[in-house]
Design a protein around this ligand. Sequence first.
Ligand SMILES: [Mg+2]
Length: 331
Amino acid sequence: MNQIDVRPEMFHLHTVFNIARGTPDYDKEVVLVTITDENGLVGRGEAIPCKRFGETVDFITNQVNSIRTELEMGVTRKQLMDILAPGTARCAIDGALWDLEAKQTGKPAWEIAGHSSAWKPVDTVQTLSLDTVENMVKEAKKHPDSKILKIKLGGGADDMKRLEEIHKIRPDASLVIDANEGWSLDELKEFVSKAKNFGVTMIEQPLPKDKDHELIGFNNKGILICGDESIHVLDDIKSRADRYDMMNVKLDKAGGLTHAFEMMAEAKRLNKKVMVGCMLASSLSIAPALLLAQDCDLADLDGSWWLSDDRPDGITFSGGQAHPGTLWGQP
Ligand SMILES: [Mg+2]
């Protein structure tokens, strides 16, 4: 019988993370799920409570405990998708099952995923937290190797100034914007008409999820429109293919890597570009996403970069890339 352990853990950020919506993040509380099999082999996965969807440590712990008997008896990743709804708890369990499978089979996760070669470092977006124009420019200067900068905007008059100044010092960089549902269609139109001059290549979730039908037929003027808050699971990829050029697949929303692979396959079948995103999280959350990101168009996986006390043997960042560590998915 497997042994299941669920416990909260706290990580700390070296730099405050600020976006227009919600309060700034200083710390990151996560839930660690550990599955130990009869031979003492251990698989680990991590859940990040999503405040926006009302998730708490207790909620996630209760969700894991709700299927504790099944986990003790041993479920496959496929069976897991039938017995637990998508979300961060399932994501952590799925991650732990992948990790355990690597230990049990002696095959690394990339091989279990059917890849013919080992996973490689991936170019990742570097996020610039919302701040004054001056401070964001200062921050952008710290990442000369990052080819893609993600700019969090505040919705005020300074937004275009932020882009203009960052573009001035990094004309080579591709800028991606995350509007986090903050705009109207008119605001998006106005933004798109100016933004291309500043190296903007993509806008993430401009409109609220319940208004994104207004994007049908939208002239994006060559700037990709990406769905994030609108895209949780496979059905969303299908139902919202008429409004987005790119789909942000996040393991936390998908409920794990297993379902996220299905989402990516469907997005590609529909000729959509795929972004792999993440939350602020430790490397244990980022590692499975980095496996998915081997075949994506845009990786936004700097989540563990923000931590001052990440787990050992985790993802490392250099040359604008996220490099796989050995903390997850290794025999
Ligand atoms: Mg987003």
